[in-house]
Design a protein around this ligand. Structure first.
Ligand code: SAM
Length: 200
C-alpha cells in the first residue's frame, strides 16, 4: 500500500492487491461526506452498518457530522487496520482506537468486526443505514452480488437506506433483485451519479 494525496488534500492509500485507491482521487473526505453521509440523509441517533471500514473515513466523517450514532463496521484485512495508524489527521484518534481494539464508546458507539463480510454480516443486528464501500465490482465482485445485497436488505429496518458510489447497471440490477428501490445521487468528482437504495 502507498499513500496518495487526493484533490481535497486528504490522504488515501493505493492497494497493490486490488490495484485501486481506497477513495476517489477527486477527494477522499469529500467522497465520504457526499456519497455516504449526505447521500444517506444520516440523522442523529441512527444505527449504521459500515461495510468495508478500510481506513475508517466513512465512519470518521459520519461521527464528525452526526451525533450519537451507533456504528457497526466490517473489514477483513488486518494490514489495512494497522496501516491507518500511520495517518496523521486531526481528531482521528477514535478511528485508530477502533482499528486497534475493535471498539469505541463516547457519545457515539462503534464496533468493528474483523473478517470476511460475507460471513460477519450474519452477526449484525437491524440498522437504519448501510455504507456499502468495497473496491470496484470488477475487483471485489463477491460483495456486489444479489445474494450479498439480499443479506444487507434483511439487516435494514423498513425505510432504511443503503448508499454506494457505484451506478453500474449490473450493480443496480442486483440491488433491485434483492428488493431495493434504486435512486440516483448527484455526481461528486465525476460524471456519473452514485446510488441510493431504499427499503420501502
Ligand atoms: C474501498 S476500500 C474501503 C474504504 C473505506 N470505506 C474508507 O472509508 O476508508 C475497500 C475495503 O474493503 C475491504 N474488503 C474487501 N473485501 C472484503 C470482504 N469480503 N469482507 C470485508 N472487507 C473486505 C478491503 O480490505 C478494503 O479495506
Amino acid at each position: 500500500m502507498r499513500l496518495v494525496k487526493t484533490k481535497d488534500n486528504s490522504d488515501t492509500f493505493y492497494s497493490d492487491e486490488y490495484e485501486e485507491t481506497f477513495h476517489s482521487v477527486s477527494g477522499a473526505f469529500d467522497e465520504a461526506l457526499k456519497k455516504f453521509v449526505l447521500a444517506s440523509s444520516l440523522k442523529e441517533g441512527e444505527r449504521v452498518l459500515d461495510v468495508c471500514f478500510g481506513l475508517g473515513y466513512n465512519t470518521f466523517i459520519a461521527v464528525k457530522n452526526v451525533k450519537n450514532l451507533k456504528i457497526i463496521a466490517l473489514e477483513k484485512d488486518r494490514k489495512v487496520l494497522d496501516e491507518l495508524q500511520k495517518l496523521e489527521i486531526e481528531g482521528f484518534e477514535f478511528v485508530k482506537r477502533v482499528a486497534s481494539t475493535g471498539f469505541y464508546e463516547n457519545s457515539c458507539s462503534i464496533k468493528l468486526i474483523v473478517g470476511d463480510a460475507l460471513e460477519t454480516i450474519d452477526q449484525v443486528d437491524e440498522v437504519d443505514v448501510i455504507f456499502h464501500d468495497p473496491f470496484s465490482p470488477k475487483k471485489n465482485p463477491e460483495l456486489w452480488t444479489e445474494e450479498f445485497f439480499s443479506k444487507e436488505y434483511s439487516k435494514l429496518a423498513k425505510g432504511g437506506r443503503l448508499v454506494t458510489y457505484s451506478c453500474a447497471k449490473a450493480v443496480r440490477d442486483n440491488l433491485r433483485k434483492a428488493g431495493f428501490v434504486v435512486e440516483d445521487v448527484a455526481p461528486v468528482g465525476r460524471r456519473g451519479p452514485s446510488t441510493l437504495a431504499l427499503k420501502r
